[in-house]
Design a protein around this ligand. Structure first.
Ligand code: PEP
Ligand code: MG
Length: 583
């Protein structure tokens, strides 16, 4: 069996485990040859290009017919329609034919020249939606080139029974679903973000995928054995047989629990003793909404708006933000949608060329601090949020609050945004609630600052643990010290929940821990009634709470919270969970 074992890291965009052999998909744009065509062959060359376009059109139509019969998303069909439309646009095929005639060059060369011209035009487009279509033009040209170069062939059958892991620089939707029925188990791509086509298609086909792996296409060889761990965003290349066995087991377990959990989607979210619980989702882009619908969540508990900055250096305009927020609110049809204002700076820096080097970004000008330091920029977001509020039940959440004056300043800006909108005759809802993240220990220790200022709280355990234990959540070297069961962490969480209950201030928990089913009973026993997590975690947590009796859990958790000795605390935690059915 194969060469040296190594792991590649990228962005986790579609979870699940895949074990298979690499099929390298060529990057046609890099493989174009340039040659001249004699005058008498010019029309044949144009015909060759038109035939390639016709072949792809037929393929797209066939794909649409097959996806119509499956559960593939509407988003996917829209991609297919768009690509078919582009093939008919005279600015593509006919313009390339003109180049063949005028310059006597081969079809591939003419096509890449025409692509360059089109891309130059794209660069001047203001409209963000149209600008994004740039990627679609590149992909359709890539597809045409592959057809012309004869590279559009499916992977050849494997000598063993293993499925194929497609490894590419980037994949178009047509590429990805064109692999349907080819025994494809997953995707790895050099480029792409959470909203890349590969990511969207992979999620809708429920295939594990890792994107943004940078050198995947260069480091991997045809037929290499690869494990994709989609949830972790890792690919293990040439793994040891014992690792393969381990992953096979995990994959089988995952599949069984997925089928079992899917049945819980419509079950009422109520504990054994009859307490209703809200299960909300964390989303990063509107494309996550499909997953939210799939698990029938009670709403969005955290929309991380800073992801609007992904893959770009300029700032999203008010209209662009308004549209993104509106789309999420509309699609949730009146269920609550908590949108967090920009948590920029720190590890989510979007200005790589900034001249200001922060000595310690996690403690620096981040989140609410950053926004208040740039009031015009913050006001734009608040205006966009207010404008979107008429489309559903909006709640605004402020990240990293530690001081009362941070909320007061935000309230002043909100009032200003309302005045401006009123003057401009733009509508907004009057009853938008304002909430604060509790993710700095100071906020958890002195929650009184929130009374009379905000209407709800949300505990961000990711940062709360980082700041309480002084563990950089980004730093692998101290990852083993990142302990959610540290008594200090547990007391800050429990204290915040109790404070909320005593003062009629609803509290949710939206850090990663909310989605870890082994913590569900602990949090229920602390009094938590709202959990917000990645959509994929919702049904696992739901299963746990359906088996929970809060009357039994509460005294046990109260005793656990008094423990200081780590071993005893862990023992109590394990005992608490001992009665749980397997996930
Ligand atoms: C948190 O800190 O727990 C949180 C939810 O926010 P983020 O992970 O975006 O910092
Ligand atoms: Mg945080």
């Amino acid at each position: 069996m194969g060469g040296i074992s190594f792991a590649l890291h990228g962005l986790a965009v579609s979870s699940g485990i895949a074990i298979g052999r690499v099929h390298l998909v060529s990057h046609a744009l890099l493989e174009v040859s340039h040659y001249e065509i004699p005058e008498n062959r010019v029309e044949d060359e144009c015909a060759r290009l038109r035939a390639a376009a016709a072949a792809i059109k037929a393929e797209l139509a066939a794909l649409k017919a097959t996806t119509a019969a499956s559960q593939a998303s509407a988003e996917l069909n829209a991609f297919l329609d768009l690509q078919a439309m582009m093939l008919e646009d005279p600015l593509l095929i006919e313009a390339a034919c003109d180049r063949i005639r005028q310059q006597h060059i081969n079809a591939e060369w003419a096509l890449t020249q025409q692509l360059d011209t089109l891309l130059e035009q794209f660069d001047t487009i203001e409209d963000p939606y149209l600008r994004e279509r740039r990627a679609d033009v590149i992909q359709i040209v890539e597809r045409l080139l592959k057809e012309l170069l004869g590279l559009a062939r499916p992977p050849k059958p494997r000598r063993d029974d293993l499925p194929t892991i497609v490894v590419a620089h980037d994949l178009s939707p047509a590429d990805t679903i064109g692999f349907r029925g080819q025994h494809i188990a997953g995707f790895l791509t050099d480029v792409g973000g959470p909203t890349s086509h590969t990511a969207i298609v992979a999620r809708s086909l429920q295939l594990p995928a890792v994107v943004g792996v940078r050198l995947a296409r260069q480091l991997l060889e045809e037929d290499d054995l690869v494990i994709i761990d989609g949830a972790r965003g890792v690919a293990i290349v040439n793994p040891h047989p014992s690792i393969v066995e381990e992953y096979r087991l995990r994959k089988a377990e995952l599949e069984i629990s997925r089928t079992r959990l899917a049945r819980l989607k419509d079950a009422p979210t109520v504990t054994l003793d009859g307490t209703p619980i809200e299960l909300l989702c964390n989303i990063e882009t509107p494309s996550d909404l499909e997953l939210v619908q799939r698990v029938n969540a009670d709403g969005i508990g955290l929309y991380r708006t800073e992801f609007l900055f992904l893959d770009r250096l300029d700032r999203p305009s008010e209209d662009e933000q308004y549209e993104a927020y509106r789309d999420v609110l509309k699609s949730m049809k009146g269920k609550p949608v908590t949108i967090r204002t920009f948590d920029l700076g720190g590890d989510k820096d979007f200005e790589p060329n900034t001249s200001r080097v922060q000595p310690n970004p996690a403690l620096g000008l981040r989140a609410i601090r950053y926004c208040l330091a740039e009031p015009t920029f913050f006001l734009t977001q608040l205006r966009a949020l207010l404008r979107a509020s008429v489309h559903g039940k909006l709640k605004i959440l402020l990240p990293m609050v530690a001081h009362a004056h941070e909320i007061d300043q935000t309230l002043q800006l909100l009032a200003r945004a309302k005045e401006q909108l009123q003057r401009e005759g733009k509508k907004f809802a009057e009853d938008v609630e304002l909430g604060a993240m509790v993710e700095i220990p100071a906020a958890a220790l002195a929650p009184g600052i929130f009374l009379k200022r905000v209407q709800f709280l949300s505990i961000g355990t990711n940062d709360l643990i980082q700041y309480t234990l002084a563990i950089d959540r980004q730093d692998d070297a101290v990852a083993d010290l990142y302990d959610p069961l540290h008594p200090a962490v547990l007391r800050l969480i429990a204290g915040t929940i109790q404070f909320g209950a005593k003062n009629g201030l609803p509290v949710s928990l939206c850090g990663e821990l909310a989605g870890h089913a082994e913590y569900t009973w602990l949090f229920l026993g602390m009094g938590l009634r709202q959990f917000s997590m990645h959509p994929e975690r919702v049904l696992g947590v739901k299963q746990r709470l359906l088996h929970a009796d809060i009357n039994e859990l509460t005294p046990k958790v109260q005793r656990l919270l008094k423990l200081d000795e780590p071993a005893r605390l862990r023992e109590a935690f394990e005992k608490l969970n001992a009665a749980l059915p397997a996930a």
